[in-house]
Ligand binder design. Structure first.
Ligand code: NDP
Length: 480
């Protein structure tokens, strides 16, 4: 059985207390590796390494830092098949998705911030003939990056890349449920010549290592992506410690389909928006509102396409819908499907666990599920399910669509499907969300601000926002 190790000071090391946690392959339900159950002892070792490495890393020229990070991105590309296979095994997602989305983006994230830091500039404010101010932006020091299981290496690199590019050293914790690609990434970092101690990776659970990481006095900023309740917990335990916090949290994203949309293209993309990665993307559109004149036609076409999604072994090239990430998560998703029926919903397709044959017979597969007939205020439409479950509902006016879309505590992403330009702009302005896609979904420009409003988070990632987060501004005022 493979035993993963922590990555401290450029070396792969065992957890100091020698304790491990089982790691399960979701498609088979079998334990296939073990990961360190890290503790504060490991954290102290990582903090010492990061503290020691930080001055030299920050002192490197921007070009040199960019060159090393670009080599890391190149090395990801060089190992993309191996990484995509590892992601598919560890997470249950189809190999094709892992290769074309997750691993592609992991490399793109690092390449993007390697370039961005060489173009990063700060402000200057002239005060007439009296004085000039300029802003210095220095690295913060040691920062903590905590990432979730749904897009493991993709979101891990999305955090560490700007942190490292800005001259910080990092202590990162991937999700205990999907540790494998972060572990393989350590070998890539060494191959690319990342100096020891610049990036340190600790594996383990939220309580045992995530919590001490967020509260460590020498870790001055925390970039966290995960559930809203964990984000609230981190806010509470760090209150009074004056850390910088970036919290990217849950969503319950609306999809608004207007009668004047390009029908076929919309159906296809709304299916993708609801069920990509088995619905386990924070940006997935799980509440689908359809303008009444096309409701029946859209419903028939949509359900038809969802039924046709090929459920299968994540490692099979033809698979479109893989396994859910874990048994507890599958049980949670199935409990929401039951709840939806108790709340009066009708299942149009799906609704059940799938028992596969062969190597996947004990895997965590759930049919893509479409439900109608529910009220906007019921729990199914208010709580994040984070699985292959969506609801469809009709609406009669733009105002009603906006009210329904805004009627949850969340505000991460949304998509709007219409050919009416004025309506597109108006609805985009009114929707309470950090991201609005018009006639597209998950089309990403890494320079744009990324994040949510309301209970979906605090702060923005992406482009200059991330570089600003990972630096400390200092104003210098010079009198003429
Ligand atoms: P969790 O909040 O359970 O976990 C996220 C990470 O935080 C994991 O690494 C987890 O460790 C760790 N963690 C758990 N408890 C603590 C703690 N007390 N202190 C510090 N760290 C802790 O989220 P999931 O992994 O279940 O991810 C799914 C959630 O992430 C969904 O709500 C989804 O919407 C959200 N998400 C948001 C995105 C965004 O950009 N807004 C993008 C992607 C996902 P461990 O798993 O090892 O316990």
């Amino acid at each position: 059985m493979q035993k993963l190790k922590n990555y401290i000071n450029g070396e792969l090391v065992e957890p100091q207390l020698g304790q491990y946690i089982d790691n399960v392959e979701p498609a088979t339900g079998q334990i296939y590796s073990q990961i360190p159950d890290s503790t504060v002892e490991d954290l102290e070792q990582a903090v010492a390494a990061a503290e020691n490495a930080q001055p030299a890393w920050a002192a490197l020229s921007l070009e040199k830092r960019a060159e090393i990070l670009t080599k890391v991105a190149d090395a990801i590309d060089g190992h993309s098949n191996e990484l995509a296979k590892a992601e598919a095994i560890d997470n249950g997602k189809p190999f094709s998705l892992a290769k074309n989305v997750d691993i592609y983006r992991a490399s793109a994230n690092i390449r993007f911030f390697a370039q961005a830091i060489t173009q990063f500039s700060s402000e200057s404010h002239a005060m007439g003939n009296e004085a000039i101010n300029y802003t210095l932006r220095d690295p913060i020091g040691i920062v903590g990056c905590i990432s979730p299981w749904n897009l493991p290496l993709y979101l891990f690199t999305w955090k560490i890349a700007p942190a490292l590019a800005a001259g910080n050293t990092v202590i990162a914790k991937p999700s205990e449920v999907t540790p494998m690609t972060a572990y393989l990434f350590t070998k890539i970092c060494n191959e690319a010549g990342l100096p020891p101690g610049v990036l340190n990776i600790l594996h383990g659970t939220g309580p045992s290592i995530g919590n001490p990481l967020t509260t460590h006095p020498k870790i001055k900023a925390i970039s966290f992506t995960g559930g809203t309740s964990t984000g609230a917990h981190i806010s509470r335990v760090t209150a009074g410690m004056f850390k910088k916090l970036s919290l990217e949290l849950g969503g319950k994203n609306p999809t608004l389909v207007f009668a004047d949309c390009d029908f076929e293209e919309t159906v296809e993309n709304v299916v993708r928006a609801a069920f990509a990665n088995q619905g386990q993307i924070c940006l997935c559109g799980s509440r689908i509102y359809i303008e009444r004149p096309i409701y029946d036609k859209f419903k028939a076409a949509f359900v038809g396409k969802v039924k046709a999604l090929k459920i299968g072994d994540p490692l099979e090239p033809s698979t479109q819908h893989g396994a859910l990430v874990s048994k507890p998560h599958m049980d949670k998703v199935l409990s929401y499907i039951e709840l939806a029926q108790d709340e009066g919903g009708t299942i149009l397709t799906g609704g059940k666990q799938v028992t596969m044959k062969g190597r996947c017979r004990d895997g965590f597969f759930v049919e893509p599920t479409v439900i109608e007939g529910l009220d906007n205020n019921c729990r199914t439409n208010q709580e994040e399910i984070f699985g292959p479950v969506c609801t469809i509902m009709p609406f009669d006016s733009d105002e009603e669509a906006i009210e329904l879309a805004n009627g949850t505590q969340y505000g991460l992403a949304s998509s709007v499907w219409t050919n009416d330009l004025k309506r597109a702009h108006r609805v985009a302005k009114e929707i309470e969300a950090g991201i609005v896609w018009i006639n597209c979904w998950l089309l990403r420009d890494l320079r744009t601000p990324f994040g949510g409003v309301k209970s979906s988070g605090v702060g923005r990632e992406g482009g200059l926002e991330a570089l600003r987060f990972f630096t400390e501004p200092k104003n210098v005022c010079i009198k003429y």
